[in-house]
Design a protein around this ligand. Structure first.
Ligand code: 13P
Length: 254
C-alpha cells in the first residue's frame, strides 16, 4: 500500500460522539472527493468508531485507527481496549506514545514499547508519536529527547516491524497551543528522525516510513508544513474536528 505521501490524519481526542461523527462525515465527505493518491486516517473515540466506519463506507481513501490501546490481548483489565479488539472493530492504525498519553496519563517509554508490539502483533499499524517539551527545546535537548523516545521503542523491534511503522513528530509545545514548529524546524527534526531510521533499517526501508508533523496544523499553515522537506503528512487535532477546516488541510496537500 503506498503510504508515504501524503497522509492526512485527524486525531479527534475526546471529541465527537456517534451522532456528531455522522454529521461530521456528511459534511467532510462532501468537501473531500475521493483521491487515489492520498490517505486520510481518522482517530475517533473508540465508541464512535462504528459510526465513523458506517458513515465513510465505500470510501477506500478514508481509514481508521484507535487513539490508544492496552498491551495485553485480552483479560481482566476493566476499561481497556486491546489491539485485537480494535482490529476486529475495523481499526487499521493505532496511535502510540501520544504526548497526552505520556504527559497527562504518565505513560512510560516501556509501556509505549509494549503497546507498539501489541499493535503489530494484531496487524494494526502503529503511529509512534515523539516530541520534546518547550523546556527540552530551550535547553537544546530536542534531538536527544526524540532520539531517546525512538530508541525506547525501536531498539527492541525487528527491522521488518520498524519498516511497518509510521512516525509522528509532535512537539509538545505546539499541541493545542496555536504555536507551530516552523517548516525549517519541522524539516530539521524529520531529517533527524529519518537519519535514525536509516541507521536501523537502511536507506531503502527508511525512505518508505512516513513521518508526519503534528501540532496546531490549520488550513492556513498546512501547505507550508506539508511542503517542508521530509514531511510526509500531518496529524491534526483541533482542526480535524471541523469538516471545512480538515477538508481545506487535505486540499493543501495537493
Ligand atoms: P492540535 O492540532 O490541536 O495542536 O493537536 C495535535 C495533536 O495532538 C494531534 O495528535
Amino acid at each position: 500500500m503506498p503510504l508515504r505521501t501524503p497522509i492526512l490524519a485527524g486525531n479527534w481526542k475526546m471529541h465527537l460522539g456517534p451522532s456528531d461523527t455522522e454529521a461530521f462525515f456528511e459534511a467532510f465527505l462532501a468537501r473531500h472527493p475521493e483521491r487515489a493518491d492520498g490517505t486520510v486516517i481518522f482517530f475517533p473515540p473508540s465508541l464512535s468508531l462504528a459510526a465513523a466506519l458506517r458513515a465513510a463506507a465505500g470510501r477506500s481513501d478514508v481509514r481508521f485507527g484507535v487513539q490508544n490501546l492496552y498491551h495485553e490481548p485480552a483479560g481482566a483489565f476493566t476499561g481497556e481496549v486491546s489491539a485485537p479488539i480494535a482490529r476486529d472493530a475495523g481499526a487499521e492504525f493505532a496511535l502510540v506514545g501520544h504526548s497526552e498519553r505520556r504527559h497527562v496519563f504518565g505513560e512510560t517509554v516501556p509501556e509505549t514499547a509494549r503497546k507498539t508490539r501489541a499493535a503489530l502483533e494484531a496487524d494494526l499499524l502503529p503511529i509512534l508519536c515523539v516530541g520534546e517539551t518547550l523546556v527540552e527545546r530551550r535547553d537544546g535537548r530536542a534531538h536527544a529527547v526524540v532520539t531517546d523516545q525512538l530508541a525506547g521503542v525501536l531498539d527492541g523491534l525487528p527491522q521488518a516491524d520498524i519498516g511497518a511503522l509510521l512516525i509522528a513528530y509532535e512537539p509538545v509545545w505546539a499541541i493545542g497551543t496555536g504555536e507551530t514548529a516552523s517548516p525549517q524546524d519541522a524539516a530539521d527534526m524529520h531529517h533527524h528522525i529519518r537519519t535514525d531510521l536509516v541507521r536501523r533499517v537502511g536507506d531503502e526501508a527508511a525512505a518508505k516510513i512516513p513521518i508526519l508533523y503534528g501540532g496546531s496544523v490549520k488550513p492556513d499553515n498546512a501547505a507550508e508544513l506539508l511542503g517542508a522537506d521530509q514531511v510526509d503528512g500531518v496529524l491534526v487535532g483541533g482542526a480535524s474536528l471541523k469538516p471545512h477546516d480538515f477538508a481545506a488541510i487535505c486540499a493543501a496537500a495537493y
